[in-house]
Design a protein around this ligand. Structure first.
Ligand code: ZN
Ligand code: ZN
Length: 142
């Protein structure tokens, strides 16, 4: 699956239209902005503080619903770090290591996951490993 950065804006718009999703001006602004962003992890409120300067009437609810539209399309991915929802520009299956001290998130490659054993319908894969990152471990020791 390609990331939002590789999928161009027209393709995203086409797919949303095919699903009969109404593209309001606000939604378009959000999608445009997200499609230009660098790869990485972010929280909706971080994006909200930037976007609400461009779109003063934007509500956090509209932002969330638009982000989840993109999650449903498979162009971005969302997971919980244990406290909050994190959005990820890399939709390919991978795990995350979350530092409980500084909150840093690192991507973890999943080499093998035996999904054949699941007999029901698979809806979401979330692999989150919590711990203390190398930098924070060093700081604790010093
Ligand atoms: Zn840390
Ligand atoms: Zn990630």
């Amino acid at each position: 699956m390609r990331s939002v950065n590789e999928m161009n804006l027209e393709e995203i718009v086409e797919q949303l239209k095919a699903k009969k999703i109404k593209l309001t001006t606000q939604r378009m602004e959000i999608i445009k902005f997200v499609s230009k962003m660098e790869k990485g992890h972010f929280e909706a409120k971080e994006l909200f503080s930037v976007l609400s300067k461009k779109i003063p009437s934007l509500s956090i609810a509209t932002l969330y619903s638009t982000l989840y539209l993109l999650v449903d399309l498979g162009v971005i991915y969302s997971f919980s770090d244990g406290q909050k929802t994190i959005f990820d520009f890399n939709p390919a299956p991978h795990g995350h290591f979350v530092c409980r001290i500084c909150g840093k998130i690192e991507d973890i490659e999943i080499k093998k996951l035996d999904l054949e054993k699941i007999r029901g319908k698979r809806e979401k894969i979330e692999i989150v490993i919590r711990g203390v990152c190398e930098d924070c471990l060093k700081r604790v020791k010093d």
